[in-house]
Design a protein around this ligand. Sequence first.
Ligand code: IMP
Length: 429
Amino acid sequence: MNTSALGGACTVVVGCQWGDEGKGKVVDVLASDVDLIARYQGGANAGHTVHVGDQHIVLHQVPSGILHRDKRCLLGNGVVIDLAQFFDEVDHLAGRGVNPLGRIGVCTRAHVVFPYHMALDHAAEKAATAKIGTTGRGIGPAYESKTGRRGVRIADLLDTRRGEARVAQGIAWARDRLRQLGADPALAGTVGDAMAVAHRVPAVAADVGTEISAGLAAGKRVLLEGAQGTALDVDHGTYPFVTSSNTTAGAAAVGTGIGPTTIDSVVGVVKAYTTRVGNGPLPTAFDPPMDERVRQLGGEFGATTGRPRRCGWFDAVVVAYAARVNGLTGIALTKLDVLDTLPEIRIATGYRLGGRGGMPFPATASELERVEPVYETVPGWQTPTTEARRLRDLPRNARAYLDRLEELAGTPIAMISVGTRRSQVIREP
Ligand code: IMP
């Protein structure tokens, strides 16, 4: 365990599996040490359940760091913004005494997700033979609009006439595309609907890159928060069963408008086992009874869609790959406590394909579909870990499990989460 792996003024937090690794909890813990928290990619496809008093709220668009009332939260240029969802969450939080306005900024260079992007997402999934199993939040179509250079940015909405003209072009394009997909073009909606909350944009518009750079120059500390996970990255993940953005740490610089040399450390969030929601291969998937058992123990249901997550053994091939692609300086290991009752635990240490061992994480989903994981079995600890606050409080077999994961990942474990509460964490100096 090496907590210096979290050091420096600017830290990236990145998911190292298929998303849902528990980044929200890790960001929540690390947020106490920083002044600014910025998201760099994704959109309302992400979801964190947060607790405000005795209420549970699921935040998709507003960063969960907003609950730390002295922090500024930013959505960088790489995030796609569903404005209706964003202002709903802002109002919901304000109604519960946490007013985000004045503390939240959305980059003028960020692209907007409109209702027509959601209509296209649904229509494309319906028409597809190989369905991705998207969250239906319009993420893919919004990034397509961006790279197709027909997107609408936050800056466009600061001038109502320019915004309306860009949105009208977007709707005309979406109507054609819906027709091609065999869907009703009217689902693209109207300019009026799309612009319904645009008048609120000036209150939150910000130049995120400039703000982060100025903050760092003034001695502030910054956390750059990734969404989804490495294996869902559009380039480095299990293409085409991926999200439409770069989720990996390199995107943190591009998606917030700072230089890569500004980043000091990269914390990879790794769950003590593996889960996946949506379609695509999961080599270490459990058999059905174990799948159900761990899903219940870990509460593995999507925060955005409620879908059950598929569960499996720890896959060290994915995590070692993520350590390299993200340049991890440390791992935050989450949900160790979910394994507390298991008599034995398996770890996939490698893949075999066509009789050959030592396969690296493959480039294609079809190869990943066919690999056979090579397992090592270790004894469980069958003791609760939820009250552990120091490494020495953990049962010997749990420590041995962590040592093995650290060795296979080639990266020190800098933090261990043993429950959902902020205090249920092991961080040693
Ligand atoms: P999209 O991001 O909605 O386009 O969905 C593409 C793929 O990414 C699907 O397999 C989704 O289930 C998955 N995905 C998107 N966001 C998340 C997330 O926050 N956690 C886990 N999986 C996600």
